[in-house]
Design a protein around this ligand. Structure first.
Ligand SMILES: Cc1cc2nc3c(=O)[nH]c(=O)nc-3n(C[C@H](O)[C@H](O)[C@H](O)COP(=O)(O)OP(=O)(O)OC[C@H]3O[C@@H](n4cnc5c(N)ncnc54)[C@H](O)[C@@H]3O)c2cc1C
Length: 451
């Protein structure tokens, strides 16, 4: 007896991965529905990449005004209004939500608002409605966690930070990942006093060690109070709306405490126990290279599978999934040389292996480095410097990693990512003509290896 299915594919979660998988699979002719309990576009559009980058832009104008004085611009520095930024951000996100709705509707995807709960390998409950599907794709992303300390409920997470009623005067940011570091730059740029507390020796674990150290120096000289090997023991409500933080180096009051201490997969009330889906040791959904879970009818991709946790990676996985399952083109996602940026101030751009990872992988490496004051700041009077680094395999001359801290690092490293993907050697970099005067030309003019 064959089962009657409402859909070929039921996607739970309309974030970066879920939307792309739903759209693409429908374009290949599958009958598809996507279930979303919050807003279309998921974390990236609503409380991640997009609002974050808009706030980074906002926070750069204060310093741009400061820099402008050296170039002859005069006058009072204009005042910043948090409410205008917040409301314009919300308008832009509403516009993007509508675009996502149209993108889904155009190829015929049904959008089902509400929380999806698995009832079996082929059945999902939303409200009091049951939907049956031949395949189910889990793409529910991750959720911010808070540190296990007394009073942690007084802290906000990145989900709430964009919609604060006012710009805080003093903010404590707990965490050493890229989200914590980006918000440190945002609030510093907007004029708040920022303390970033990280329990480890140096923030941004996983990035190149020189990059991490260089950025820490630049952030400190820009006025951010970075505290490493530092602990937040507890938070309590203090007078006049302040939060009192008991820190490893004393007690201090803040207007806002932002917890950016990590994220966990979104599995709440998902009903996994009614299926054959299993978890990895760290609690993510276990999948193979084809995004198959241990349950033959259920697939999973994106952040909830614990990979790179980046939007373009979730999208690449969704494309590979749809092509393989409904496009008759078996495809695997390609995780080699994934470029990424941290929108800190100054930003990081990176692609390929760090020096530490290259050595750990057994390469004998030559390292090229450059530290310089960008042309703009020779006249702006701002003290900011830039840093670039190439990690090269001695045996083959292949460039294994390119890393940068400095203006436009993300934009520059996107181009370099293509070169690394093509296996460019240091000799290829050297025979490439630079664009003058730019910072990027430094990547093709580094001649002397580091001692
Ligand atoms: C502050 C911040 C900044 C970031 N900045 C960047 C950046 O600059 N660049 C970058 O590449 N990445 C960035 N990211 C990461 C990026 O947002 C994620 O990698 C990406 O959104 C992952 O997509 P996804 O499809 O796996 O999940 P998500 O986009 O998280 O989507 C999951 C969706 O599932 C829904 N959902 C969950 N459970 C259910 C359920 N049971 N029923 C119905 N719906 C459900 C959720 O509401 C959500 O909409 C950032 C993340 C954060 C938090």
């Amino acid at each position: 007896m064959t089962m009657a299915f409402d859909y070929d594919l039921l996607v739970i979660g309309a974030g970066s991965g879920g939307v792309r998988a739903a759209r693409k699979s429908a374009e290949f002719g599958a009958r598809v529905a996507v279930i979303e309990e919050r807003a279309l576009g998921g974390t990236c559009v609503n409380v991640g990449c997009i609002p974050k980058k808009l706030y980074v832009y906002a926070s750069e104008y204060g310093r741009a005004w400061q820099e402008a004085a050296g170039f002859g611009w005069q006058g009072e520095r204009p005042a910043f209004d948090w409410g205008t930024l917040r409301d314009n951000k919300s308008k832009e996100i509403a516009r993007l939500n509508a675009i996502y709705e149209r993108l889904l509707e155009a190829p015929g995807v049904d959008i089902i608002p509400g929380h999806g709960q698995l009832l079996s390998s082929h059945e999902v409950l939303v409200g009091d409605q049951r939907y049956r599907a031949k395949h189910i794709l889990l793409a529910t992303g991750t959720w911010p966690t808070k540190p296990d300390i007394p009073g942690s409920d007084l802290a906000v997470t990145s989900d709430e930070i964009f919609d604060l009623p006012h710009l805080p005067e003093r903010i404590l940011i707990i965490g050493g990942g890229y989200i914590a570091t980006e918000f440190a730059g945002i609030f510093n740029g907007l004029g708040a006093t920022v303390v970033q507390s990280y329990r480890g020796e140096l923030f941004l674990r996983g990035f190149d060690h020189d990059v991490r150290r260089f950025l820490a120096e630049e952030m400190q000289s820009a006025g951010i109070d970075l505290r490493f090997n530092h602990h937040v023991h507890s938070l309590t409500r203090a007078g006049s709306g302040l939060i009192s933080a008991q820190l490893s180096d004393g007690q201090e009051d803040f207007d806002i405490v932002l917890s950016a201490t990590g994220r966990r997969p979104n599995l709440d009330n998902l009903g996994l126990e009614t299926t054959g889906v299993t978890l990895t040791d760290s609690g993510y959904i276990a999948v193979d290279g084809g995004f198959r879970t241990k349950d033959p009818a259920i697939f999973a991709l994106g952040d909830m599978t614990g990979g790179w946790e980046l939007t373009p990676v979730a999208i690449a996985e969704a494309m590979a999934f749809s092509q393989s399952q409904f496009g008759n083109q078996p495809t695997e996602a390609d995780y080699d040389n994934i470029p990424t940026a941290v929108f800190s101030q100054p930003p990081i751009g990176t692609v390929g292996l760090t020096e530490e990872a290259a050595i750990a992988a057994g390469y004998d490496v030559t390292v090229y480095e450059s530290r310089f004051r960008p042309l703009r700041h020779t006249v702006s009077g701002i003290e900011e410097r830039s840093f670039m680094k190439l990690v090269v395999d001695k045996a083959s001359d292949q460039v294994l990693g390119a890393h940068m801290v400095g203006a436009d690092a993300g934009e520059i490293c996107q181009g370099l990512a293509i070169a690394l993907k093509l296996g460019a050697t240091k000799a290829d970099f050297d025979r490439t003509i630079g664009i003058h005067p730019t910072a990027a030309e430094e990547f093709v003019t580094m001649r002397n290896p580091r001692d």
